[in-house]
Write a new protein. Structure first.
Length: 317
């Protein structure tokens, strides 16, 4: 195994040596994408989540919608905080929120592993900014599949209904802000390093099918340029977002490196997420599904005209 790794590393080094200028261009491109599309939302939501967590927002969520989520998915009410916050901030933020709950002893490793399976949300702002068409439909399919997975895995690792209220250790706003900024900068540099590595690796290997499983951003960029049927192009993009790529997987487990969380269940859930979200996208895209919506549209055009405009659905009279 070591010999194989050495051969692969030497091959990559050789490819970098003969394509040095192109590699630098690739690094610049992916760094700009990270700075413009990924870092701003991550930075903002990580800071906000740290502040909210310190001032009792977790208890507020767990005592309201947390009770509903707990009954539906067999998790403790406090875990709803991870699911809700991840919907807005996108991966790998769920790993950070899970780590916060683990550090404060509000959940154990078994529940953390369970919640991680169904809190894999891509940042909505990232999807809207990088995908020009059908972005809202992709978000809907991607998000709904997370909840489908949460129901599928509701009995995984057992049932959790712990609602213990653990007193938050409150610190001053200035200290909390400084610590939050230090944490997010450390995490962001690690994320950037992982993203750059896999982006460069996927370009060096130049094998499309492998690229789709390695790095999400470059995969989406490649697919957007492909001259294929729009239906299947955006269905594949939905699948790539739902799988996340090995790059995202490494980002998640880099944050949770000190925790005893298995990768295999996470990988299985991502593969299921990819398959179900693709099928759901195709289901919603096909005319046979929204035929009745078109019918209603004929009677209430003012209500539905904006919906069809947002989803870019073509209405043939």
């Amino acid at each position: 195994m070591k010999k194989i790794i050495i051969i692969i590393v030497l091959y990559i080094f050789f490819k970098i040596f003969i394509n040095y200028q192109n590699i630098l261009l690739d690094i610049n491109n992916i760094t700009l994408i990270f700075i413009k599309n990924i870092f701003p939302s991550l930075f903002l939501f990580f800071i906000i989540s740290s502040l909210l967590s310190n001032y009792g927002f977790i208890d507020l969520i767990s005592n309201s919608v947390g009770k509903i989520i707990s009954k539906l998915f067999n998790v403790s009410p406090v875990s709803s905080y991870v699911i809700i916050m991840s919907m807005f901030s996108g991966f790998p933020s769920s790993a950070k929120y899970i780590k916060e709950l683990l550090d404060s002893k509000k959940i154990n490793n078994l529940e953390a592993e369970k919640v991680l399976l169904s809190s894999h949300f891509a940042n909505p702002l990232f999807i809207l900014s990088i995908i020009p068409e059908y972005s809202l439909l992709i978000i809907i399919c991607h998000f709904i599949t997370n909840f489908i997975l949460a129901f599928i895995f509701r009995n995984f690792n057992g049932k959790f209904n712990n609602n213990l209220k653990i007193k938050n250790v409150s610190i001053s706003f200035s200290k909390l802000l400084n610590k939050s900024i230090e944490d997010i900068m450390h995490i962001s540099l690690n994320l950037l390093g992982i993203i750059v590595f896999f982006y460069v690796l996927s370009n060096l290997l130049n094998i499309k099918i492998l690229t789709y499983f390695l790095e999400m951003t470059s995969s989406i960029t490649i697919l957007l340029k492909e001259n294929i049927n729009l239906k299947y192009k955006y269905a594949l993009i939905t699948g790539i977002l739902s799988f996340g790529g090995i790059s995202v997987h490494m980002q998640v487990f880099n944050i949770l490196e000190k925790e005893k969380i298995r990768y295999k269940p996470y990988l299985i859930s991502r593969l299921l997420h990819m398959i179900i979200s693709i099928l759901l996208f195709l289901l919603l895209y096909w005319n046979i599904i929204y035929f009745w919506i078109k019918l209603i549209y004929n009677f209430y055009p003012k209500i539905f005209v904006r919906i069809f405009f947002i989803f870019n659905w073509n209405i043939n009279y």
